[in-house]
Design a protein around this ligand. Sequence first.
Ligand code: OKP
Ligand code: ZN
Length: 343
Amino acid sequence: MKTFFSEDHRRHFPQAELSGGEFVTPFERPSRLEYVLSRLHERGLRDIVAPGAPDMEAIRALCAPDYLAFLETAWSEWKAAGMAGEIIAASFPARRMQTARPPRNIDGKVGYYALAAETAMTGGTWAAALSSAASAQAAQAHVAAGAKSAFALCRPPGHHATADMYGGYCFINNAALVADAFRRDGAQRVAVLDIDFHHGNGTQDIFYGRGDVFFASLHGAPEDAFPYFLGYADETGQGAGEGANANYPMPPGTAYDVWFGALDAALARIRDFGAEALVISLGTDAYKDDPISFFKLDSPDFLDAGVRIGKLGLPTVFCMEGGYAIEQVGINAVNVLEGFLDA
Ligand code: OKP
Ligand code: ZN
């Protein structure tokens, strides 16, 4: 399996994440990918290439134009307004406020386009987000050209980003770009399976009204876990998308004996849907020692999950999402890939 990876991810490294009322070094940090790269090498998956330039037309087809303009100019506007620190959202359009009109003031705009406050932006964030999207696009092109699978080693991750909001460490929804590209390349039906610990609210939102892309997510229940306001089991899609969304929320302490049942249920739905291509949002934060999550998967469980996914036999693109038990991120992510290849 070929890996697509851009060094430009390093251009996104804010110093601060708002966590528990204090600023901490972000959990989502560049060193995460070092562990994945070293594990890929260790396991002989050494075909690692840099993507070309991002396909901006496809990104513009996915995202709102005003949102993309915001991401591109946010840092210069923030600096021009005399802000001393990194970009952090503080004011949000909450219940019964105006949600259709972005303010002119950059502090207001940041809150308008953010879905949460933990995620800081800096001068390199836009370039890094584009490089992450480019890795996803290159992995998809590789599979569309006939490869059975590919790994997009994306950073920053993407599954919390909607067409018009950033947050949860995500700016551009890489998995959604891949799904849309498969559709454009001729797949009639595509599935996105999100095994990151957190609900893929962005991906769900993007495809909620569409019947051509099935979305399934296994995650910490919204009552207990970020992103808190989406991811319930009764969210099944709407309009043409009715029946094409499946959520598997699970409680604190969930281990593999329960988790794999949800995985098998999601895979059965994907098979029944008739998907011709598969996108995996590959987070490893369901791991037992993840510092911000509450599932109890062990490293061998990721290998088994990969086998189950591989048994679908679909052309598959893996997009890296979360995973913050840094030293195990590589083992767990590559375990999924190896299980898939051995299926
Ligand atoms: C992104 B991905 C830490 C709370 C963190 C945001 C989590 C974003 C997860 N005190 N809340 O899905 O792995
Ligand atoms: Zn996550």
